[in-house]
Design a protein around this ligand. Structure first.
Ligand SMILES: Nc1ncnc2c1ncn2[C@@H]1O[C@H](COP(=O)(O)OP(=O)(O)O)[C@@H](O)[C@H]1O
Ligand SMILES: [Mg+2]
Length: 372
């Protein structure tokens, strides 16, 4: 378990005399589908945020954003043109209110191909080789028995087939492990075909909140032995929904595969990746493979926007600190008072409120590497 800072410990023990709930200095509007609320807007987070003067208010996306609030910051996980238009109208009128994160940057990682394309130039990590298959015709051609390997570029089986779009639907997570060409039949384009990289059956899920990164170890798909590719009696492709059909291999139980990467490395990758995608709230899937010399090589498989932070140990203080930082560093513009700003609505003058906000409130625990 991660250690806790005094403030975080105070929170987890139900509060203390040093950290008390106070009148909200800030209001954060959060816009996401109701079924995503639990992923971080949990009572434990609402309580800690309140102790630090932050009130969290659900945005009703079916109503104009401009009629809601006032907000000091908006955090959102909604997509599509109508919602973008809402945000643009809101920002035009409230340029000092941070929107976490920019819709264009979020949309880039809703496409599995562009998602990894963005990070393909990084120093510390690589991405699996992949091709995009745009339509059914192209897929048919690839699947044809006399298909020329050149169609697949440098890709070698096994491959993972992934729907291009990641829209939060269950279908967008229906993946398929394809052992040989024949297995491409029956897949549905558009999709991304990615080389499956053996990685000891262990995945590192890195949760990023601004400058903070927490690495959690999870189990992953087992390694695929070379002879499985030649076994013509076995299925040519296995959908991921049937993960139990993927027989565990020798790699399972290899303790060394579970050793997480050093925290400095995790921090470095998180920093580079976050800059490359231009987002504050992400998680990404990282795997470790070994080259012929036995040296570790890391690959990023997947990036998600505003993930389920409730699965990140100690997420409440980390998110609280992040939002406080974003709120304190936002541009200060004169706003008409009263009633058009949370400071005013909290009964504080703008200066008073800013002073209250400036109280030192470190809430982030160290260190940040956890085995799940
Ligand atoms: N190229 C790959 N090589 C090895 N394993 C992979 C690869 N791509 C995906 N996986 C495995 O499949 C899981 C799901 O794939 P991912 O791209 O993360 O899709 P999802 O959007 O459903 O999370 C990963 O967490 C990892 O265990
Ligand atoms: Mg994933």
């Amino acid at each position: 378990m991660a250690e806790q800072s005094p403030a975080a410990a105070a929170w987890s023990s139900g509060g203390s005399s040093s950290v008390r709930p106070r009148a909200a200095a800030y209001t954060i509007g959060y816009a996401m589908l109701p079924n995503k609320h639990d992923t971080f807007i949990q009572p434990s987070f609402i309580d800690l945020a309140a102790e630090h003067g932050i009130r969290l208010v659900a945005v009703d996306a079916s109503r104009p954003l401009l009629e809601q609030g006032p907000f000091d910051l908006v955090v959102h996980k909604l997509y599509g043109q109508p919602w973008r238009a809402q945000l643009e109208a809101f920002s035009a009128l409230h340029p000092d209110v941070p929107i976490i994160d920019p819709p264009a940057a979020i949309e880039r990682i809703l496409d599995r191909f562009t998602m990894l394309d963005v990070v393909s130039g990084l120093d510390s990590v690589a991405v699996p080789r992949q091709v995009i298959v745009h339509d059914a015709g192209a897929l048919l051609q690839l699947a044809a028995d006399d298909g020329d390997d050149a169609d697949l570029g440098d890709l070698r089986f096994p491959l993972i087939a992934k729907p291009v779009e990641v829209d939060g639907s269950a279908a967008s997570h229906n993946l398929c492990l394809v052992y040989r060409r024949e297995g491409l039949r029956g897949l549905r384009a558009p999709l991304v075909l990615q080389e499956f990289v053996n990685h000891g059956g262990v995945l590192f899920k890195v949760y990023v909140v601004g400058d903070h990164a927490t690495c959690v170890t999870r189990s992953s798909l087992p390694d695929v032995p070379q002879d499985r590719l030649q076994d013509l009696a076995a299925d040519a492709a296995v959908p991921f929904a049937n993960i139990s059909l993927l027989a565990p291999t020798t790699a399972v139980g290899d303790e060394s595969a579970k050793v997480p990467p050093p925290q400095e490395f995790v921090d470095k990758v998180a920093r580079e990746l976050r800059r490359a995608v231009g987002l504050h709230l992400i998680n990404f899937d990282l795997i470790r493979t070994r080259d012929s010399q036995g040296d570790a090589k890391y690959l990023v498989l997947d990036i998600n926007y505003c993930p389920g932070y409730s699965k990140m140990p100690g997420f409440e203080p980390v998110l609280t600190e992040f939002f406080l930082e974003m709120l304190r560093s936002r541009p200060v513009l004169e706003r008409p008072a009263p009633g058009n700003g949370s400071a005013a609505s909290a009964g504080l003058g703008v200066d008073e409120a800013r002073k209250a906000e400036a109280e030192p409130t470190s809430v982030i625990p160290e260190p940040r590497q956890v085995q799940a």
